[in-house]
Ligand binder design. Structure first.
Ligand SMILES: C[S@@+](CC[C@H](N)C(=O)[O-])C[C@H]1O[C@@H](n2cnc3c(N)ncnc32)[C@H](O)[C@@H]1O
Length: 296
């Protein structure tokens, strides 16, 4: 199936904002490339674009309306007029090739690497996840995934159980298992994400220790030592009761996918059970906190 590639040009200050806006509009993939003639920088781990002048591209289903998407983006980014922009029809395979060339091994913390499954891991002594996200979210290049991976990398995970709520490519659950966790559940509303997660688990020698389920299949009363949810602010609010109940008292809840400006709004729904610590990267936030034991 061909795709629509919407592109806009931006300076260094606004590139990440436009990338985030394309993603919020439902882009299946977002990429940044040099619009000038500067040497290639590593734009990994959710860093803001390093070029003075950047093309930001978003990939949308073929039946999307480019005009509606550009109008909405102008509204979301408070633009009176759009910067230079264009639309291209991209054959499926070409997009996959362009994307694969841009996806490079990335390191998180001291010992965790995410390596495209078609490349050789850079450090044989490190903990490496071999990953092919396909069209599921979660390659490590987005700030929210990077924040979650760095959080996991700092924990002692031996014997811990994990729920990765909104697992996308399975990247967080697989990282946790490779870092020593005992067992993990990956939950997603998107059947394609569950299939991609299984493929990625197999690639990493992970079998029955990872259970992949749709939300309605999650066993009643299931609790884990660590629950991670990298979804958007809306679902984090809607799911507050469910996510809280899924954390063992004394266990950790890690929320990401919310914007820095949404931290207060989202925290309110969790304040009864958690004192959150926040980490901010660019526009994005991660909240982590230990579930208090029930009182009385
Ligand atoms: C931002 S991606 C995160 C993927 C991956 N965990 C990561 O950190 O990169 C969010 C994922 O949550 C899933 N999702 C969205 N709403 C959901 C819900 N209410 N319940 C479960 N999964 C949901 C989406 O399908 C998507 O795969």
């Amino acid at each position: 199936m061909p795709w629509l590639k919407l592109r806009l040009r931006a300076d260094k200050e606004r590139a990440q904002e436009f990338a985030d806006a394309l993603e919020n509009l439902g882009a299946l993939a977002v990429s940044l490339e040099d619009a000038g003639d500067e040497p290639q920088f590593d734009v990994g781990r959710g860093d803001t674009a390093a070029w003075k002048d950047t093309w930001i591209s978003g990939l949308f289903p073929i039946d999307s309306s480019p005009q509606t998407l550009f109008d909405q983006l102008a509204h979301d980014c408070a633009l009176a007029t759009l910067p230079p922009h264009d639309v291209e029809l991209v054959p499926d395979q070409d997009w996959a090739r362009v994307w694969m060339e841009q996806f490079k091994p990335l390191r998180f913390g001291q010992r965790l690497w995410v390596c495209p499954s078609w490349l050789t891991p850079p450090d044989p002594d490190a903990v490496t996840i071999l990953l092919d996200p396909g069209l599921a979210f979660g390659s490590g290049t987005h700030a929210t995934t990077a924040l979650c991976l760095e959080w996991l990398e700092r924990q002692a995970l031996a014997a811990k159980s994990i729920i990765d709520y909104g697992c996308g490519s399975g990247i967080l659950a697989i990282a946790a298992l490779k870092l020593g966790a005992r067992t993990a559940w990956g939950i997603d509303t998107d059947p394609q994400a569950l299939a991609v997660s299984r493929d990625n688990a197999t690639r990493n020698g992970i079998g029955a220790e990872l259970t992949l389920l749709a939300p309605e299949q999650l066993p009643a009363g299931l609790q884990a030592d660590i629950v991670l949810a990298n979804i958007l602010a809306g679902p984090l609010i809607e799911l507050a009761g469910r996510l809280t109940a899924a954390v063992t008292p004394g266990g950790w809840l890690v929320l990401s996918g919310l914007l820095a400006e949404q931290v207060l709004e989202v925290s309110e729904y969790y304040v009864k059970n958690f004192d959150f610590t926040e980490e901010i990267r660019g526009d994005w936030a991660l909240l982590s906190g230990v579930r208090r034991a029930p009182t009385g």
